[in-house]
Structure formats: structure tokens, C-alpha cells
Design a protein around this ligand. Structure first.
Ligand SMILES: NC(=O)c1ccc[n+]([C@@H]2O[C@H](COP(=O)([O-])OP(=O)(O)OC[C@H]3O[C@@H](n4cnc5c(N)ncnc54)[C@H](O)[C@@H]3O)[C@@H](O)[C@H]2O)c1
Length: 261
């Protein structure tokens, strides 16, 4: 998205913006003129100019309340919330520890609930606001070993619809973006520990490459912007065509890439 100041004078909170997709989203809002706060327990890997980093854990109600109180003190309003914070734990259900099950659900789904509730309390009196949450294709497709992750992401898609309905007349829009494979530490870690293999991405993804975090940030900005003013309750899949692929083998005579030489 070319910077045209679409978020000038607006205040955005992005959870989990110390790195990865969250960092790309925070930077994109900053570039469009927004005052941006990150809520993340970790130090930013590459601190970005103009982003206010608040230490906070989205799965902890007190921590979330304290972070939003800091936004109140420093900015006095809230226009956009992006629920991005996330973790991954991979194991079959029968081997998954309770700590991992609850840790993943609490970070993704309870985190979305807690932060969205804080945001809605601030946006309703303004009668404006936008919430965008990061789901995943894992919330739509089955992926072995990702029980809590997939369930949490499906929950995010569902809670998006509920919050959209509850706030439609208050002019607060609530949407989600469901990324496919995106080049971040989360994926690099999976490739390193063997839970993800890069050839799957080449085989499964029609565009034959991972997304760059910026390619997830741009649709988030679109959904949060006035250009999406009649869109609410939706989940936009951003996956290089992964989810629409029925058959991934094309005979040579039908393959445009080959016939075009
Ligand atoms: N990378 C992908 O391929 C991919 C695909 C689909 C969806 N997603 C989703 O995108 C989001 C970002 O993923 P990423 O790949 O950038 O991961 P990442 O691991 O690079 O970054 C995640 C960030 O969230 C923060 N975080 C973790 N727990 C937190 C908590 N309790 N409170 C606040 N912040 C917390 C981390 O400190 C980190 O800065 C996640 O929700 C993830 O599930 C990623």
C-alpha cells in the first residue's frame, strides 16, 4: 500500500508487534500516519522508530488492562486494534501438555477476547473503530499436531462474527485476516525443528512461495481503513491460493507456464 496518510491522527494498538507479522503491521500503520502502540512481553528484535512498545501479556487480564490504560494516558483515544500476538506448540492431542493446550488457546483466543473487550469499551463512546484479528488457514483446514492452534484460530474467526454483530450499529467493524505460510521466526522455527518442511509450501501453495509479512500487513490496513467501511464480520484469506486449490497437478498440455515457454 502506498503511504497516503490514511491513518493520520488515528491511534492503533498492535499486539505481538516486537517482531514478525505484528512488526510489519505496526510499521505499515506508522507509515500511514498512525500513532502506534505494541503490546508484547518481548523486547522488540529491531526497535522501529515511532512505535511505542508496551510490555504486556495478552493472555493476562490485568496486564491487558494496564497496557490499554497506558494508551489512554499517552494517546487519549483508540481507533484500531490488531490482535496478532501468537505462539505455536506442536504435538498430537494425546501427548499435548495441559500447559501447552491452555497456553496456545489463552494467547490467541483469550488474548483476542481480552484486548477486543478493552478496545470496544473505548470505541463505543467514540462510535467508531476497527478491529482486525490474525487468524490462519489452520483455523479453516485441519493440520495434524496443531490442535490448540487450529481450535484457537477457528475461535478467532467465530468471535470475529459475534463481535461484528454486537457492534455493527456502533460503527465498529470487526474482521480477520487468515494468512497462509508467512516468512517469520514462527515458520523458521518449525522448519528448524522439522514440524514444517519447506517442500510442503512449494507443493501446497500455488504461488510457490511464502508470504512476506508486508503482504499480510497490507490487507490488515485495508480492512481497518475507511475503504472497507461496509465490510464487517469477514475473514479474508491471504494464502497465495493454498485454500482454493483442489488439484495441484496440471498436465503439461494444459499448463500455461509451459505452453508460454
Ligand atoms: N507465520 C505464519 O506463517 C503465520 C501463518 C498464519 C497465521 N500466523 C499468525 O500471525 C501472528 C503472528 O505470527 P508470526 O509468524 O509473526 O510469529 P512470531 O513468533 O514471529 O511473532 C509473534 C509475536 O507475538 C508475541 N507474543 C507471544 N505471546 C504473546 C502474549 N502472550 N502477549 C503479547 N504478545 C505475545 C511474541 O513475543 C512475538 O513478538 C500469530 O497470531 C500467528 O499465529 C502466522
Amino acid at each position: 500500500m502506498a503511504a497516503d496518510g490514511a491513518f493520520q491522527g488515528k491511534v492503533a494498538v498492535v499486539t505481538g508487534a516486537a517482531r514478525g507479522i505484528g512488526e510489519a503491521i505496526a510499521v505499515a500503520f506508522r507509515d500511514e500516519g498512525a500513532v502506534v502502540f505494541s503490546i508484547d512481553p518481548g523486547e522488540p528484535e529491531t526497535p522501529q522508530a515511532g512505535i511505542r512498545y508496551l510490555a504486556g501479556d495478552v493472555s493476562d487480564a490485568e496486564s491487558v488492562a494496564a497496557a490499554f490504560a497506558a494508551v489512554d494516558r499517552e494517546a487519549g483515544r483508540l481507533d484500531v486494534l490488531v490482535n496478532n500476538a501468537g505462539i505455536q506448540r506442536v504435538a498430537l492431542a494425546q501427548s499435548m501438555s495441559h500447559a501447552d493446550w491452555y497456553g496456545v488457546l489463552n494467547t490467541h483466543l483469550s488474548g483476542m477476547f481480552l484486548c477486543s473487550a478493552e478496545a470496544i469499551r473505548r470505541m463505543r463512546p467514540q462510535r467508531s473503530g476497527a478491529i482486525v484479528s490474525i487468524a490462519s488457514v489452520a483455523g479453516i483446514l485441519g493440520i495434524p499436531g496443531r490442535g490448540p492452534y487450529s481450535a484457537a484460530k477457528a475461535g478467532i474467526i467465530s468471535l470475529t462474527r459475534t463481535l461484528a454483530l454486537e457492534n455493527a450499529t456502533a460503527n465498529i467493524r470487526v474482521n480477520a485476516v487468515a494468512p497462509g505460510f508467512t516468512r517469520t521466526k514462527l515458520i523458521e522455527q518449525g522448519i528448524k525443528d522439522g514440524s514444517i518442511r519447506s517442500e510442503w509450501q512449494l507443493e501446497r501453495v500455488p504461488m510457490k512461495r511464502l508470504a512476506d509479512p508486508r503482504e499480510i500487513a497490507d490487507p490488515v490496513l485495508y480492512l481497518a481503513s475507511d475503504k472497507a467501511s461496509y465490510i464487517t464480520g469477514q475473514t479474508l484469506v491471504v494464502d497465495g491460493g493454498w485454500m482454493v486449490q483442489g488439484i495441484n497437478h496440471v498436465p503439461d498440455w494444459l499448463d500455461a507456464d509451459k505452453s508460454e515457454g
